[in-house]
Design a protein around this ligand. Structure first.
Ligand SMILES: Cc1cc2nc3c(=O)[nH]c(=O)nc-3n(C[C@H](O)[C@H](O)[C@H](O)COP(=O)(O)OP(=O)(O)OC[C@H]3O[C@@H](n4cnc5c(N)ncnc54)[C@H](O)[C@@H]3O)c2cc1C
Length: 376
């Protein structure tokens, strides 16, 4: 069978790009080796911002800002078309300086915290992002301690499993074809173009253009065609707690170890996450579960083992400096990649989809795409 574009991998990167290309009038087939929306994109937390945004480079900031600007309309269209609510909301993020922010006997901790606050304030002023200094109990009275904190009211979140569900439905509604249990096993490349792809079912698929959106598996799937692509699996584990709705009114981030709590509207609270380089092993571990439980309980004593209701892991597509590759292959003209979004694949999804779609359809770009090019 043939369509304009074949998208390989049905996570957030693949579904969002398929959705955007369909909106622009292309015909699209997604090939997914198992079920769509089950890997990193399902496992993620759904915070729509880098954790400490002032610590990242311009390419991360620009792509995040592009996505932030696209998110409201993107979600509204999905809600309207599918009737599924991805629970997009500006729940805000409270950043706790934690133990490292407390002064030592010589006051060094305080000086370091003030320097970091200064960086954060300067970044927020430059990027028109609201920030204020608060006591943590002003925002979240149920936290164990009342301490100096930064409040970022503009940070949004989305319930990523619902977003993925909505995207799958919308892709189908727009005439996209989703083929599950179809794994790409080989490439037929001639005259500098992909002619077709072989799959685990024995069927070959042909299109004018091919986009790899296979997350942590992108490099392995591309084999020698990956060139100098540097994408590797980074395991993240999350605990899920069932609490009463409103217990925690905002995302809480502990600066010292990037540990966070994300409250959903119905009372569920996600606690995460680990950063582990354990290859393609996405099993959960008792050790990480214990650590996350201890951290959660220390922050919010009301969250105990009794309220624990889930534990899962996913493999992020790691990349140097968290800068994804959104670009065409240096030598194979109809092969593209949209992957390596590492910790922020949900955050960066609409912006990345727009950039890759513009590239394929020869439309002008809203920003300089050079930082995202495929390394050769
Ligand atoms: C614990 C955790 C917390 C996170 N929190 C956040 C957060 O708060 N905010 C945020 O923005 N991001 C977060 N992330 C990161 C985000 O989830 C990822 O960056 C993003 O999901 C990557 O999406 P993807 O579509 O590239 O990969 P995936 O979702 O992994 O999808 C890749 C797909 O490709 C398929 N595939 C692989 N090989 C083949 C093949 N040969 N043929 C066909 N299909 C194939 C796979 O089966 C899979 O479905 C988190 C991640 C984790 C693990």
């Amino acid at each position: 069978m043939s369509s304009d574009i074949i998208v390989i991998g049905g996570g957030i990167a693949g579904l969002t790009v398929a959705h955007e290309l369909l909106r622009l009038g292309a015909t699209v087939t997604i090939l997914e080796r198992q079920h769509c929306a089950r890997e990193a994109s399902w496992a993620g937390g759904g915070i729509l911002s880098p954790l400490l945004p002032w610590n990242y480079s311009c390419p991360v900031t620009r792509l995040t800002q592009l996505s932030n600007a696209l998110f409201p309309k993107f979600i509204e269209a999905l809600r309207r078309d599918t009737g599924i609510d991805p629970e997009y909301q500006a729940s805000g993020m409270l950043v706790l300086a934690g133990a490292t922010g407390e002064p030592d006997s010589e006051g060094h901790g305080r000086a370091a915290r003030e320097a970091r606050e200064h960086d954060a304030e300067a970044w927020c002023a430059r990027h028109d992002f609201r920030l204020s200094k608060v006591r943590s109990h002003e925002i979240a009275p149920l936290l164990a301690s009342d301490e100096a904190a930064l409040w970022l009211p503009d940070v949004c979140q989305v319930r990523n499993p619902r977003l993925l569900q909505a995207l799958m439905k919308a892709v189908g509604q727009r005439g996209g074809v989703i083929k599950e249990h179809v794994e790409i096993t080989d490439w037929q490349i001639e005259h500098g173009r992909v002619q077709s792809v072989s799959t685990s079912t024995g069927e070959k698929f042909t299109a004018s253009n091919y986009i790899v959106t296979a997350g942590a598996w992108s490099g392995g799937l591309l084999r020698e065609h990956a060139l100098k692509l540097d994408i590797w699996p980074v395991r993240g584990q999350i605990l899920l707690f069932q609490a009463q709705s409103g217990l925690l009114p905002a995302i809480v981030l502990q600066e010292q170890d990037n540990f966070y709590l994300i409250p959903r509207r119905d009372g569920y609270i996600l606690a995460g996450s680990t950063l582990e380089e354990t290859g393609f092993d996405r099993r959960t571990t008792a050790q990480a579960g214990k650590l996350l439980l201890e951290k959660t309980h220390a922050l919010v004593p009301a969250l105990t083992e009794a309220t624990l209701s889930g534990h899962w892991a996913g493999l992020r597509p790691g990349s140097p400096d968290n800068i994804p590759v959104i670009g065409s292959h240096p030598h194979i003209t109809n092969l593209y990649l949209n992957s390596g979004h590492y910790r922020y694949g949900i955050t960066m999804a609409p912006g990345s989809a727009q950039l890759i779609s513009n590239m394929i359809l020869n439309k002008p770009q809203p920003l300089d795409i050079a930082p995202y090019k495929w390394p050769s």
